[in-house]
Design a protein. Structure first.
Length: 238
């Protein structure tokens, strides 16, 4: 993964997402509204970035394990949390082999899975480490939004998209995969999980006050998709 936004610019990225529109006033409020009570729970944060979520999980009384590919992000996490969060610098596209079976109540992955080409190893491993009554909640780019940038015009083919984002106030090159809903839902079910909740997000009420045009835009046009999965076996036995 060539990702200067998350390596070279990790510190600027951390500052930018604390109060920006897409993370602070759209993605995080939506994701947090989907999560169950975290007190006393074991939470795995995959693609944790600078730890804005990890901080919320710790403050909510959870025991947190976090993974990121970027050493700079993991340095930020270690500085912030020391041994309070178990921080791991690793590529989650190969799964999370060091984690034990049935060990997490909640697995969260915010805006990270679109950096992974083949999701099958990761999703199978998430199902393995989740407790039987656990939740896997993730967010990713909305497939129909990414399709607008498709070079091939074939919605069903998985494609690497290359763009420049202004997240930190200057254009930084990024690349990520876009995939169809068919592929995404296929990976979820072949990993032994099923979708139990889906959201296309909602901007925060605060955004209505501070950036009414963005509030209006995000109220009409979703940017991300939010999915809650549970283990299929556990749901069958209920
Ligand atoms: C958009 S940031 C999101 C950070 C955090 N989840 C949040 O929402 O605040 C995506 C993060 O995923 C990480 N990432 C991308 N590909 C990864 C991989 N294969 N393994 C682990 N982390 C990865 C990046 O380094 C980056 O920190």
């Amino acid at each position: 993964m060539k990702a200067p936004l998350y390596t070279t610019h990790a510190g600027e990225y951390e500052k930018a997402i604390l109060n920006n529109i897409y993370n602070a006033h759209y993605e995080r409020p939506t994701m947090l509204s989907m999560l169950p009570d975290l007190k006393g729970k074991s939470v795995l944060d995959l693609g944790c970035g600078p730890g804005v979520y990890a901080e919320f999980f710790v403050d909510s009384g959870a025991e947190v394990t976090a993974y990121d590919l970027s050493p700079q992000m993991i340095d930020i996490l270690n500085d912030k949390f020391g041994s309070v969060v178990k921080c791991n610098c690793a590529d989650i596209s190969y799964g999370i082999p060091s984690e034990k079976d049935l060990s997490f109540d909640i697995v969260v992955s915010s805006l990270a899975i679109h950096y992974i080409e083949d999701l099958s190893f990761l999703f199978r491993d998430v199902a393995r480490v989740l407790k039987n009554d656990g939740y896997f909640c993730f967010s990713t780019h909305h497939p129909m939004v990414d399709y607008l940038s498709s070079p091939s015009g074939n919605y069903y083919s998985r494609e690497l998209l290359k763009q420049a984002w202004n997240t930190i106030g200057q254009p930084v090159p990024v690349q990520f995969y876009r995939r169809s809903l068919t592929e995404l839902f296929g990976v979820i079910s072949s990993s032994g999980m099923c979708v139990t909740s889906l959201s296309e997000g909602a901007p925060s009420e605060v955004l209505k006050e501070i950036a009414p045009d963005s509030f209006e835009h995000l109220s009409r046009k979703p940017a991300f998709l939010f999915i809650e999965c549970r283990k299929a076996d556990c749901l069958k036995s209920r």
